[in-house]
Design a protein around this ligand. Structure first.
Ligand SMILES: O=P(O)(O)OC[C@@H](O)[C@@H](O)c1c[nH]c2ccccc12
Length: 280
């Protein structure tokens, strides 16, 4: 049966072929951002003082439809930075998330935090694009890539100076990944094939990781209780999109989530609080 993920991947492959025909990789490398230094996502996400927040800029998603009709990625990123986000994620996928590379470039110019290109990367051409439009890091989704391609893209990203957030949805997907090559691993609580959210999966994924790897809990985080629970199961960082983009003021929503999560963790309301994380 064909899933929404299959559909997005097919659309993405077609789009990459079109784009490459219009703008060859060699032309992308002439953009100034391609030669600018990148900021380390891993370093930004490992903090001694509490969990880190990766705040996401997106207009729409296949599970929610249009989340924010009046979407200004640069203004949103600035508000996130003011609310102490550690990094910014920007959707660039056009068909299902209404994103674009222009959104990425706008965010890059708006903030000096690590910027993650959130897309369905299936080809190293997209890594060159990411770098040329100012990304510091890219997402690689294990469920979207076979083993060889995932590792080729990991190496290619590193050669380009890009950080990588490797995403899995359950612990079985870890079997196909050489964890020695991973610095930041995300557990996506949303199944990209069914859209079901299950916050308990993340802890099972994190339990299999060496301490060196930074753990990101992705998707479906709406409350401080959600975040505190994920922190207790080992998350170093949270990736939050819909909850923030849907609120009247995304920056305030992030500040409130941080504050309330800190309170929930300090009062230890039934949650085991994770000990000090080792230095990178
Ligand atoms: O909007 P949410 O539920 O807060 O989730 C954010 C982020 O985790 C989600 O956008 C995401 C995680 N992995 C992805 C892969 C592709 C597209 C989107 C995603």
């Amino acid at each position: 049966m064909s899933t929404i993920l299959d559909q997005i991947l097919a659309d993405t492959r077609a789009l990459v072929a079109e784009r490459r025909a219009v703008t060859p990789a060699a032309a992308l490398t002439k953009r100034p951002a391609f030669h600018a230094p990148t900021l380390s996502l891993a370093r930004a996400l490992r903090r001694p003082d509490g969990p880190a927040y990766v705040a996401e800029c997106k207009r729409a998603s296949p599970s929610e439809g249009v989340i924010r009709p009046e979407y200004d990625p640069a203004a949103t990123a600035r508000a996130y930075k003011q609310a102490a986000a550690a990094a910014i994620s920007v959707l660039t996928e056009p068909t299902h998330f209404q994103g674009s590379l222009e959104h990425l470039a706008a965010v890059r110019h708006a903030v000096d935090l690590p910027v993650l290109r959130k897309d369905f990367v299936v080809d190293d051409y997209q890594l060159v694009e990411a770098r040329a439009y100012g990304a510091d890091a890219v997402l690689l989704i294990a469920a979207a890539l076979d083993r060889a391609l995932l590792h080729d893209l990991l190496d290619a990203a590193r050669d380009l100076g890009l950080g990588v957030l490797v995403e899995v949805h359950d612990e079985r997907e870890l079997d196909a990944i050489d964890l020695d090559r991973v610095d930041v691993l995300g557990a996506n609580s949303r199944d990209l094939k069914t859209f079901r959210v299950d916050l308990d999966r993340a802890g099972r994924v994190f339990a299999h990781l060496p301490a060196r790897i930074v753990r990101v809990a992705e998707s479906g985080i709406r409350t401080a209780e959600d975040a505190a629970r994920l922190r207790a199961s080992g998350a170093d960082a949270f990736l939050v999109g819909t909850h923030l983009m849907r609120s009247a003021d995304p920056g305030r929503a992030l500040a409130a989530l941080r504050r309330e999560t800190a309170v929930a963790l300090a009062s230890g309301t039934g949650y085991a609080v994770r000990g000090t994380v080792p230095a990178p």
